[in-house]
Design a protein around this ligand. Structure first.
Ligand code: SAH
Length: 347
């Protein structure tokens, strides 16, 4: 089995290719970060390129399809070297372009509203595959290493990042390193459904990444209905871990809150959210449910979302309704891949 060159840091590549002068490894690493295939690495000797190509994959996440929405949002399908398909989304904001990337093929968290986990976990992605997603999109959007087109990252695509802890940590450290894409850790957000021990561990890593918690309910009873992880960790434990993360990193905690009509939008929920977010820097991001199939009845109207937003704002919660982008290109987690993989199996 060929290995993925981007699974290794520049320092590790120097160790792997010990007979290569240091400047050559650096040139090679630069090419990898530019999404180059071996055939285009013009300053590397042909025989070395042939040798490397026999052993190592240069482009571990290749874009096989792109859908572009009117607002500039793009959805990408990446093919990994074993043929698995994952997805990503780029969104253009005033401050730059954010890429939402996948961290696992599938997911084993089983949240009721999420398409990514419907078929369970296929496998973890490696750090090089995650880096490959960023490198491929940066190139696609006309960026280089010095002039990046992708400026911000959110680990909110397919997968639960903290369920793939070691690879995700290596990815964050690599993608933020000067010799790679140098994306500042403050511009990276990691989103989790709430794996408490891993949040506590992450707090100790000395990273500057933002933590986003998919809360989606204010009582354990409701949360357990839609998120199996809530059976293991109570909201109280989750919030304590989030506060600990803030204490250790100084980063404001963001709560994602998918609006589920008749389930999590009552006046009591607004009061609970005010209590949950009080006393430390935090923010609530309300998300309109991207509903498909059986979930259709659980989606609320914009007016209902607005009413809940106002109730929270009045209770003193720092809150926004997430700008909905790219709905016509099936922006929600796992939806496009399901369609694509479904099409593949149908033919
Ligand atoms: N596993 C991580 C990151 C991936 S999901 C997590 O749970 O945070 C990214 C976000 O999209 C999460 O907040 C998730 O709950 C939300 N999400 C999943 N399915 C959705 C849907 N159908 N509509 C709106 N948001 C959804």
């Amino acid at each position: 089995m060929k290995k993925i060159m981007l699974d290794y840091t520049l320092v590790e590549i120097r160790g792997l290719l010990a007979d290569l002068p240091a400047f050559r490894s650096k040139q090679l690493y630069k090419w990898l970060n530019l999404d180059a295939e071996y055939s285009t690495m013009s300053n590397i000797a042909l025989d070395l390129r042939a040798k490397l190509a026999d052993e190592y994959i240069a482009r571990p996440a290749q874009i096989v399809d792109v859908l572009t929405a009117k607002d500039g949002t793009r959805k990408y399908l990446f093919r990994l070297s074993d043929g698995n398909i994952v997805e990503g989304v780029s969104m253009v904001y005033e401050h730059g372009t954010t890429l939402c990337l996948s961290t696992q093929v599938g997911c084993r968290m089983g949240c009721a509203f999420c398409a990514s986990g419907r078929d369970g976990l296929v496998r973890n992605m490696s750090s090089g595959e995650m880096l490959g997603e960023v490198i491929a999109v940066n190139k696609y959007l006309g960026g280089t290493c010095d002039g990046r087109a992708v400026t911000n990252l959110v680990l909110m695509g397919m997968g639960e990042p903290l369920d793939n802890y070691d690879h995700v940590l290596k990815f964050i450290r690599t993608v933020s390193a000067p010799e790679s894409l140098n994306i500042g850790q403050r511009n990276i957000s990691l989103s989790t459904c709430g794996l408490v021990p891993e949040i506590l561990r992450l707090a100790e890593e000395g990273l500057g990444v933002n933590l986003t918690i998919s809360l989606h309910a204010t009582t354990d009873v409701t949360r357990r209905k839609n998120m199996p992880v809530a059976k293991t960790y109570s909201i109280d434990r989750l919030i304590s871990a989030a506060k600990y993360y803030f204490d250790k990193t100084g980063r404001r905690v963001i709560y994602e809150y998918v609006l589920l009509k008749g389930e999590n939008m009552s006046p009591a929920d607004a009061a609970n959210l005010a209590r949950i977010t009080r006393g430390y820097p935090s923010h609530v991001n309300l998300i309109m449910l991207n509903a498909s199939g059986a979930l259709k009845n659980t989606a609320c109207t914009p007016a209902e979302a607005r009413a809940f937003f106002c109730a929270l704002a009045e209770a003193g919660v720092s809150v926004t309704i997430r700008r909905s982008v790219g709905a016509e290109i099936e922006g929600a987690c796992g939806q496009l891949r399901r369609k694509f993989v479904g099409d593949l199996t149908a033919t």
